[in-house]
Design a protein around this ligand. Structure first.
Ligand code: NIG
Ligand code: FE
Length: 416
């Protein structure tokens, strides 16, 4: 790591500034990236002081400024990954092999695999071990150009094990440059010991877990997995209503495999996001629009489980929804930390334009985490989280797929 109080980033083929209104971008705004050609950016004390055409910015720099030569490459905001399951123990390469042999994600889950198999391993791990896993994953995100992630719990499913994961997330925030926004997902799955009495588990989430998580300020958001065989719509509503009373923001895993009214509950409770949405139809799109819910689309989880049905991104953009895309990084349905892979899938499978995908992966994602005022674009005053990509044109990030490595990643003006 190198540290300097003042940096001048120059020789950029493009600076993708994403200047615009102080809110998530919708409709045609999603295609306006505010690109400056042959630009420069001045960073002071970790924040962006000025960005624009090179000649003008250079005149503002102090004599002792440190030069960062982008070498004719693209400079962009760090990716904001608004849906990750950052911390889990072990992996599920064994289940991956079973899926390659023809079993489905749900069949494996019904037989005690899936989320519950990761829960068994995560319960057996210590907080220290989980923090070490989180630090390893943080390196993967940073190496891919992601500087902020939302990080969910949800592989503990007891009070102590959920707290352990959230404390490990906090530790990752403290010891790595990756910014983590914590989300409590105690209602991710019904644990084995409550399979016959799921409502008793919901009681535990509402009466024990949520008050403790809120009191210890371990999470900013609460999420629920609303799905057949997991949490019903009334159960999801109960959890999110309680979370709202504790002052947490709301997110929702909904419409992934079946459409059952999850999105309507998210809208009714004023959730910040509804995530997945592969089965979402027109009426739910209208409900999200009216309630100001941001859709978070997760094409990696469609690709990796070998499904064909992606969320209707075009209909959502045309309806004026401020679409977000994210990795859904997790050991089952989406084992990728690569936002450039997600850009590729968004463009090739959901027919988003490269510009829309970049907006969805940066500024719109930042607003969905209540961070739009400080990250997600390269405007003066914001934190200097930026990436020099090994590309001359931003469209190359979605176009070349599978092997992208950024040239340089900076968090708060410090090279990672
Ligand atoms: O977002 N859908 C529920 N949760 C995760 C998968 C978690 C897992 O398989 O471990 C998801 O796809
Ligand atoms: Fe998820």
């Amino acid at each position: 790591m190198s540290r300097s109080s003042s940096l001048l980033v120059t020789n950029c083929s493009q600076i993708v500034v994403m200047a615009g209104p102080a809110r998530p971008r919708v409709g045609a705004e999603m295609r306006e990236l505010g690109i400056v050609s042959d630009g420069a950016m001045l960073v002071e004390d970790g924040s962006i002081r000025a960005v624009g055409v090179r000649r003008e910015i250079e005149t503002l720099a102090a004599a002792n400024v440190e030069f960062v030569d982008a070498g004719g490459r693209v400079v962009m905001p760090g990716f904001v990954d608004a849906h990750t399951h950052l911390i889990f123990a072990g992996n599920r390469a064994d289940e991956f092999e079973m899926r390659c042999g023809g079993m489905t994600y749900q069949q494996i889950a019904e037989r005690g695999g899936g989320i519950r198999s990761t829960v068994r391993k995560t319960r057996a791990a210590t907080e220290k071990e989980l923090a070490a896993v989180g630090e390893k994953h943080a390196r993967w995100f940073l190496q891919g150009g992601t500087t902020t992630v939302e990080a969910k719990s949800g592989y503990g499913l007891t009070l102590d094990d959920e707290l352990k994961i959230l404390r490990a997330v906090r530790r990752v925030s403290q010891v790595t440059p990756l910014r983590c926004v914590p989300t409590f997902l105690g209602a991710h799955e019904i644990p084995d010991e409550y399979k016959k009495q799921p409502d008793a588990y919901v009681d535990l989430v509402v009466k024990d877990m949520l008050p403790t998580v809120a009191a210890e300020k371990l999470a900013e958001f609460c999420d629920v997995f609303c799905e057949e065989q997991v949490f019903s719509v009334p159960q999801a509503e109960r959890v999110l209503t309680a979370a709202k009373q504790h002052g947490l923001g709301l997110r929702m895993h909904g419409d992934q495999f079946t459409s059952r009214g999850a999105v309507e509950v998210a809208a009714k409770l004023g959730a910040k996001t509804a995530d997945h949405l592969e089965q979402t139809t027109g009426e739910s799109i209208v409900a999200m629009k009216e309630a100001g819910v941001q859709p978070v689309l997760l094409p990696g989880s469609v690709y990796a489980i070998g499904s064909q049905k992606y969320a209707p991104a075009r209909a959502m953009i045309e309806a004026g929804l401020p679409v977000v895309i994210a990795t859904d990084f997790n050991p089952g349905s989406s084992p990728t930390a690569s936002m450039t892979m997600i850009l590729s899938l968004a463009c090739t499978q959901m027919k988003m334009t490269p510009a829309e995908a970049v907006t969805a992966a940066t500024v719109n994602a930042a607003w969905s985490l209540n961070r739009g005022y400080e990250i997600g674009s390269l405007e003066a005053g914001k934190i200097a989280d930026f990436v020099i990509h090994d590309a001359e044109d931003y469209r190359e990030l979605a176009y070349f797929f599978g092997g992208h490595r950024p040239h340089g990643v900076f968090a708060a003006g410090v090279r990672v």
